[in-house]
Design a protein around this ligand. Structure first.
Ligand code: NAD
Length: 249
């Protein structure tokens, strides 16, 4: 028997990249999995529900539909997110509100809607997708970093608030992950090959992180085998946060 056997999981942003890899891994490890995404087209072993995390009515309806289809919710992976580029002056108020709405308020909306279901579970866990940008000052990522700093603080606050409910709350902090999002970012660069090389070189392991590697960390935190782990942040960043290797000549 696998660790997620008999458990029901909801993954936001599960139609692409890290979310898709996570949804697939949880399903492979025995969970019944619902994906909540703007794009509900997902592989057959997953149940897709259209959901915009910036729209409370859409979130409430999608969480209810997912809980109904699965027969409850034990695991919530708050993963839907979008990027933003530039220094603190690069984006106007509308873009600041839009990115914070998806990346931060979206997590609050989905968590709020799922709480009653999670409280009924014997193995309740929330995993939020945070980022190395919450810990380290990356160039040209002011708005995105602010959103992920908020995710880190929100994770700790939620982990404390829901101790009494038996709901564990943790987050993963990936470095640069090879997903469609990063592909789009590279495509828009003046010199995509040079940009990819720079991103690789920034990570001490010398390559981008795989979406499957982040999925594995999310599954570790979500698993009932990790029942004593709450309020933790797990780096999946190729050593980017803590390591200072000598630059190669
Ligand atoms: P991705 O673009 O491949 O996938 C994101 C998914 O989220 C898409 O399926 C998209 O439809 C969905 N989504 C976007 N806005 C939504 C909304 N309003 N409502 C519902 N769904 C929505 O991106 P990814 O690289 O897999 O990123 C996933 C998460 O990982 C994000 O939270 C991102 O901040 C985080 N992250 C990514 C990286 C990276 O390098 N790729 C690094 C650190 C953290």
């Amino acid at each position: 028997m696998t660790d997620f056997h008999g458990l029901n999981a909801v993954v936001t942003g599960g139609a692409s990249g890290i979310g898709l890899a996570t949804a697939g891994l949880l399903a492979a490890r025995g969970a019944s999995v619902a994906v909540l995404d703007l794009n509900p087209e997902v592989p057959g072993e997953l149940a897709g529900f259209r959901c915009d995390v910036t729209d409370d009515a859409s979130v409430v309806a999608a969480v209810a539909a997912a809980a109904d289809a699965l027969g409850g919710i034990d695991v919530l992976v708050n993963n839907a997110g979008i990027g933003a580029q530039g220094d603190v002056s690069a984006n106007g108020d509308d873009e600041w509100h839009r990115v914070l709405d998806v990346n931060v308020v979206g997590m609050a909306r989905v968590s709020r809607a799922a709480l009653a279901h999670l409280r009924r579970s014997e193995a309740a866990a929330i995993v939020n997708t945070c980022s190395i940008a919450a810990w380290a000052g990356l160039p040209g990522r002011a708005l995105y970093s602010a959103s992920k700093g908020a995710v880190l603080a929100l994770t700790l606050a939620m982990a404390t608030d829901h101790l009494a409910d038996g709901i564990r709350v943790n987050c993963v902090c990936p470095g640069t992950v090879d997903t469609p999002w990063v592909g789009r970012l590279l495509d828009s660069a003046e010199d995509p090959a040079a940009e990819r090389a720079a991103l690789r070189a920034r990570q001490p392991i010398g390559r981008l992180v795989g979406a499957d590697e982040v999925a594995n960390a999310i599954a570790y935190l979500a698993s009932p085998l990790s029942a004593s782990t709450t309020g933790s942040t797990l780096a999946v960043d190729g050593g980017m946060y803590g390591l200072r290797p000598r630059p190669k000549n």
